[in-house]
Design a protein around this ligand. Structure first.
Ligand SMILES: [Fe+2]
Ligand SMILES: [Fe+2]
Length: 490
């Protein structure tokens, strides 16, 4: 694959220069995107040099280039994975037919809705995270936050390209609307619930990147199977970038856990708050919250929409090609958890309508692997404790469990028990006040806040004390609103 040409106003590998109409439409959208970025992107820091990676090709080897960039100058562009010669649709009623290069008329509405829903999450997360810069635990973390933010911006570009290129006037209107909605706004909220929640602090940010970005990974993986080839190719390249977001989340939590364990050992107590750490019980409550709202993003366990998407060939399963079955699923069943008379039972449901639950199962298994790695950190410190994913029915707002109260260990409980135990299971206002109290910025190169361990290594082979964001001679950027810097332990 040729490298992407950065002399173009919109870097791309889709021969945009040969399609004047599309190029013009995207060039009109671009300044409005930049307006949105300035208004709703990271608060402050826009004039600072950040050590960012930019995609320079879609080749899995060496696709990224690292350099100093001011965020508004980031080269947002349109990159699709290389086409697979002779690709056919792998599932559903069109199985075996050539993949579509254009939107089939009968699936136009469905595809548009899937693309808009995915596209909406990308700017939403940037909006949710826009105030975090002012409380960064280190320059390393600040840079990672901004890397995630600019790439979510690029993911918006990825979806907007599809809307402009393949959906005519409706697509252009949807592309505008993606810049109009705002996370958490009562009048014009983002489409999905978890993307209207606040990400007020860095513990929430790491949890979000681990749990909610991972929902993104599974949705993208299912869309990467799509019979609509441009969508498939777009999503395949987005997944390359997405991996870093989950790395930020997983290693972020891992470093928090490590610091907590060090403090527990040093002071021989579980109560590390008074030593400036985040106790495991609080970490568990944040985990419970972010995991449960992310599970909701997969939708209802039983969904005729999901069945229709699959049969139509527009959205497949995670790693569709690796599954050894008929890829049509008319006869197949799938086990689904369902509450029945105060108990939770597993019942076999038609596999087609249970596709959301199946994708959620793949997601849960992936989350568990991360939790196991966090628990290995705890164990390495000789501490007898464990973080756990709560039961899938816990704190759910969508699907079979939405009307029930389910404890983290999977019991259907009374409203009274829920009310009494809620403070043990979900973050409390006191937790939030405490976490907020820890959020003082640390901006000296090589220093880290007292509640989080340094990372194992720097970015792109750079040392930990590298100046990942250049804040200028004052050492404190305009995003800090006069708060002191450099308060953390080295
Ligand atoms: Fe994304
Ligand atoms: Fe992401």
């Amino acid at each position: 694959m040729a490298r992407v040409d950065y002399t173009e106003r919109i870097p791309n590998n889709v021969s945009l220069a040969d399609n004047r109409r599309l190029l013009r439409a995207l060039e009109e959208w671009q300044p409005r995107y930049l307006d949105w970025w300035r208004e709703m992107g990271p608060d402050g820091f826009q004039a600072r040099d950040v050590y960012l990676r930019t995609a320079v090709s879609v080749d899995a080897q060496g696709w990224a280039h690292f350099d100093w960039v001011k965020m508004p100058d980031y080269r947002w562009g349109i990159f699709l994975a290389e086409p697979e010669a002779g690709r056919t649709i792998a599932f559903g009623e069109h199985k075996g037919a050539p993949a579509w290069q254009d939107v089939p008329g009968e699936h136009r509405g469905t595809l548009r809705r899937l693309i808009v829903t995915q596209g909406d999450t990308e700017p939403a997360s940037v909006e949710q995270q826009r105030h975090l810069g002012s409380t960064c635990p280190s320059l390393y973390d600040l840079r990672n936050l901004f890397q995630v933010n600019v790439e979510e911006g690029r993911h918006l570009w990825a979806m907007v390209y599809l809307l402009h290129a393949h959906f005519g006037r409706d697509g252009r209107e949807e592309a505008e609307a993606l810049l109009q909605r705002r996370s958490g706004d009562t009048d014009k909220p983002r489409i999905l619930g978890a993307f209207n929640e606040k990400t007020p602090d860095w513990l929430s940010f790491f949890m979000f990147s681990f749990f909610t970005d991972r929902d993104g990974k599974y949705q993208l993986a299912a869309l990467a199977e799509s019979g609509f080839d441009p969508l498939s190719r777009t999503c395949r390249f987005m997944l390359t970038e997405e991996a870093h977001h989950m790395f930020v989340g997983e290693t972020g939590i891992s470093r928090v856990v490590q610091k907590t364990c060090e403090l527990m050992r040093e002071h021989r107590t579980d109560e590390v708050r008074r030593h400036g750490g985040i106790d495991l019980a609080t970490i568990q409550r944040y985990l419970n919250f972010h995991y449960s709202v992310s599970l909701d993003l997969f939708g209802s366990e039983i969904s005729t929409n999901a069945a229709n998407f699959y049969t139509a060939g527009v959205k497949g399963r995670f790693e569709e090609a690796k599954k050894a079955d008929d890829h049509v699923l008319r006869e197949a069943t799938y086990p689904v958890a369902r509450p029945e008379d105060e108990a939770i039972r597993i019942v076999e449901e038609p596999a087609l309508t249970a596709l959301n639950e199946r994708l959620r199962d793949d997601y849960i298994a992936d989350c568990q692997r991360g939790v196991d790695r966090w628990n290995a950190v705890i164990k390495r410190h000789g501490i007898d404790a464990e973080l756990r994913l709560p039961h899938r029915g816990f704190h759910r707002a969508i699907g079979n469990f939405a009307e029930l109260r389910v404890s983290p260990d999977g019991r259907v409980v009374s409203q009274a028990e829920w009310d009494a135990r809620r403070k043990d299971w979900l973050p409390t206002p006191e937790d939030q006040t405490f976490i907020t109290s820890l959020m003082t910025p640390v901006v000296e190169p090589g220093r880290y806040a007292g509640w989080i361990a340094p990372p194992a290594r720097g970015i792109n082979g750079q040392p930990l004390e590298f100046e990942y964001v250049r804040l200028g001679s004052s050492g404190v950027g305009e995003g800090f609103a006069g708060r002191p810097g450099g308060t953390g332990a080295p």
